[in-house]
Design a protein around this ligand. Structure first.
Ligand code: AMP
Ligand code: GLY
Length: 412
């Protein structure tokens, strides 16, 4: 099979590497990919727009397209490819509203009877302020914008004054409706399912580190590292997570919006059970780089089964080993002013125990340089999280570029 993976980050590097292990693959390209992937032996084709990707797929007789980022999922890519008879593993734009509208997501969670935080929806500032007044602040109030907000649309507010400020800021920046939610206290995790519209296979769990430093009030990022599996998830919890996915898929199917693609549940394990915070309609970045190296089952075979609606009774076998993924970012990230364009020094593959995944890199005079916020990451697999952590950091010390920064507590 000839495969195209769409995207250019560390997540797509990990997806491409895993899919290439499949006996079904004859050729695989990443569109557009990045020069780091290319140096690691993955073919990249420099096409990013849906039209260019479609043309490339037709010219090269591509048999399946696997989409990474939500921007491509929300584009016409899937519709256009399918119109040309090329299967595209991604949810439809209609059901992708699960990620792009928190209100839509809440409605589905409610109808599917999946536990989620209690929530009031406000369509005007007056309504929202009234809802803030009614909250007693014995626990914080979470104020959320409805649409995609690049990590800036959620404020967890400990006081009434803060909540009013959140309403004013989010209402002005992103408009209405706003969601005002009960604050769930517990441990956060990400769970991933591969879905065929009706059935699904649970891929596994991972925990990511969203803040730039260990300070929980420091700036939000795309993700500074991850480990897998989540060590606080019991067998019973895993069954609860399966039930959550099953109920959600059944509800979506009943609404004539069958979900096919990767489904990412952002979950909170509280002392009252597991709640869904949000759904994303894609794999997580960097959770993918932590989870995929643990997958032993042929991932491409699972995706092909999903596309042909034959996932029932299939399973994904995971290595018993734990993984830790550490991300290196450019100086200045997550602000827009960053120190970029500096050569990256990294050892030959044989001198690294971990897998190396590239994200924000470009090529200058045959040399890789950092060109984005999240630049690269390494994933180590070992018998324990502690051992994987030690290995990942040992390998990270062999990599450098001017201004390189990483968190030191991934997997701690
Ligand atoms: P979301 O975009 O809904 O996932 O929110 C972003 C982050 O805000 C989550 O990863 C949580 O850390 C936090 N968050 C969102 N909703 C809640 C909630 N109801 N209770 C506690 N934390 C929340
Ligand atoms: N790591 C979180 C995300 O991909 O949204």
């Amino acid at each position: 099979m000839k495969i195209v993976v769409v995207g250019k980050g560390g997540r797509e590097h990990a997806l491409a590497k895993k899919l290439k292990e499949s006996s079904l693959v004859t050729e695989l390209w990443v569109c557009p990919g990045n020069p780091g992937m290319a140096q690691a032996g993955i073919s990249c084709a420099p096409f990013e727009s849906p039209e260019m990707i479609e043309r490339f797929c037709l010219e090269n007789k591509v048999s399946l397209v696997v989409v990474g980022p939500e921007a491509a999922i929300l584009s016409d890519l899937k519709k256009n490819l399918e119109a040309q008879g090329i299967p595209c593993f991604a949810p439809s734009r209609a059901v992708a509203e699960l990620e792009s509208s928190k209100l839509f997501c809440k409605g589905i969670l409610h109808d599917a009877q999946v536990p989620t935080a209690k929530c009031v929806v406000s369509y005007t500032t007056a309504d929202a302020v009234l809802a803030v007044e009614k909250h007693d602040f014995s626990s914080p109030l979470v104020v959320k914008a409805d649409g995609l907000a690049q990590g800036k649309g959620v404020w967890v507010c400990e006081s009434r004054a803060k909540a009013v400020e959140a309403v004013e800021t989010l209402g002005t920046q992103f408009g209405y409706p706003l969601l005002l939610e009960e604050c769930l206290i517990g441990k956060e995790l990400s769970a991933f399912a591969l879905c065929d519209g009706k059935d699904f296979v649970l891929l596994g769990t991972a925990c990511d580190y969203k803040r730039i430093t260990p300070d929980p009030f420091s700036a939000n990022t795309g993700g500074m590292g991850a480990y897998s599996p989540c060590d606080f998830i019991s067998q019973e919890d895993e069954q609860t997570i399966r039930d959550i996915f099953a109920k959600t898929l059944t509800c979506l199917e009943a609404k004539k919006m069958p979900y096919q693609g990767f489904l990412f549940a952002g979950l909170m394990k509280t002392d009252k059970g597991i709640y869904v915070l949000e759904y994303n309609v894609r794999m997580g970045d960097p959770e993918t780089q932590a989870l995929l190296p643990r997958i032993k089952t042929d991932l491409l075979k699972l995706i092909v089964s999903a596309v042909t609606h034959e996932l029932k009774n299939q399973a994904c076998e995971l290595s018993k080993k734990a993984s830790v993924h550490v991300v290196a970012v450019s100086q200045g990230y997550p602000q827009t002013q960053m120190l970029l364009g500096n050569p990256i020094s990294y050892p030959e593959k044989a001198n690294l125990v971990s897998d190396l995944y590239f994200a924000g890199v470009s090529e200058k005079q045959n040399h890789l340089v950092n060109s984005g916020g999240r630049v690269l990451g390494v994933t180590a697999l070992a018998d324990s999280i502690q051992a994987a952590r030690a290995q990942a950091y040992q390998d990270m010390r062999k990599i450098s570029f001017e201004g390189m920064y990483m968190r030191e507590d991934i997997g701690l």
